[in-house]
Design a protein around this ligand. Structure first.
Ligand SMILES: N[C@@H](CCC(=O)N[C@@H](CS)C(=O)NCC(=O)O)C(=O)O
Length: 336
């Protein structure tokens, strides 16, 4: 009887995890990671003049390809709207979502997906035309607010405006360029979304200098990659790719110096770069997977600076996205 019960438990567990198992094998066989990104938000995921996709979210797709296939270029980018992003992950159209998506309880539990961690601590903010003379979101009563459908933004606003007795009218779009267009042409008075995206979208407006982002941040938006639920091996692969990028920054390992540190690094640096010997094997990855990530894409700080921070057009302050030992919230479990 006990035996039968255990067999039953084992079967249920296997069914529970097995349905979606094997993404790593599928990726290896296909020779490509299918990565769900946004439809074009500067700094996060946007094509350049030659049509090559780049940005903070794109680089995370590249990091996963480097870890799993040893080649960061082996990514197929699938552009997904805010509305369609979860269905694309659920159906298996993409292997992961790397797309300004907020980790919430309901998304983590209702959609058959799992968030692997946080790669950008954000919050919802508001942008207005400078010449309307508003300096606080509390002064926008009666305004029309543009945003995107299927986002946490709509719910946050409803809660915040209700609590503060502010009247507003929301106009939601499926595509970021529609939102920018509507805001640009004055169809709405306010544009609200994650602060990082407002910095990006401001640069797409005809007169970026003519707009300000109001000081209030009304929510927590921990953005991070997500995978389909039920495939622990893939979940861990993606999660440790993120940890490796953060840990590399902490250890001073960069895209530039990673190769020389393989031989000349400190004990800790060398252990990180050669981590695969045992740990990578358990994940099903090449022994030098962490080296592959950093040498191809760079550490977290490099990726941030390149696309969002000081070396980018956006010039966003690292703020909460500094490492834990530099006053921020980024703290990776040790890659060893
Ligand atoms: N983080 C929020 C908001 C996400 C969001 O609205 N992102 C917009 C900001 S511009 C976006 O990605 N737009 C690009 C697109 O729809 O392709 C969520 O997960 O719901």
């Amino acid at each position: 009887m006990r035996m039968r019960f255990l067999t039953l438990v084992a079967t249920v567990v296997a069914l529970g995890t097995g349905a979606n198992a094997g993404t790593l094998d599928v990726v290896k066989q296909r020779g490509e990671v299918r990565c769900g990104v946004s439809q074009g938000v500067l700094g996060f995921s946007a094509p350049d003049e030659k049509g090559v996709w780049g940005g903070f979210d794109v680089d995370f797709c590249r990091a996963v390809a480097a870890a799993t296939l040893g080649d960061a270029d082996k990514v197929e980018y699938v552009q997904l709207s805010t509305k369609d992003r979860f269905a694309a992950l659920q159906s298996g159209e993409v292997d992961l979502l790397s797309r300004q998506t907020t980790w919430t309880l309901s998304r983590d539990t209702d959609l058959g997906i799992s968030f692997v961690g946080v790669n950008y601590y954000d919050g919802q903010a508001f942008m207005v035309r400078k010449d309307i003379g508003v300096t606080s979101v509390k002064e926008i009563s009666g305004a029309s607010v543009c945003t995107e459908t299927g986002t946490t933004t709509e719910q946050n606003m409803a809660d915040y405006f209700k609590a503060n007795g502010i009247q507003y009218q929301v106009i939601a779009f499926d595509k970021p360029d529609q939102t920018v267009q509507a805001f640009n042409t004055g169809r709405c008075d306010v544009y609200s979304t994650d602060a990082s995206a407002l910095y990006a979208q401001r640069l797409s407006l005809s007169d970026p200098e003519g707009f300000i982002i109001l000081p209030e941040v009304i929510s927590k938006e921990p953005l991070g990659p997500a995978v389909r639920q039920g495939d622990d091996q893939w979940f861990k692969t993606v999660r440790w790719t993120l940890s490796a990028m953060i840990e590399a920054e902490e250890l001073g390992i960069t895209k530039e110096n990673a190769t020389s540190l393989l031989d000349e690094g400190s004990v800790t640096q060398k252990r990180f770069l050669n981590i695969g010997s045992e740990a990578g094997k358990a994940l099903g990855l090449d022994p030098k997977w962490a080296y592959q990530v950093v040498s191809a894409v760079g550490n977290y700080g490099e990726v941030f600076d390149r696309h969002l921070g000081s070396q980018s057009a956006l010039k966003i302050d690292r703020g909460l996205n500094r490492l834990w030992n530099d006053g921020g919230l980024l703290y990776a479990p040790p890659v060893r």
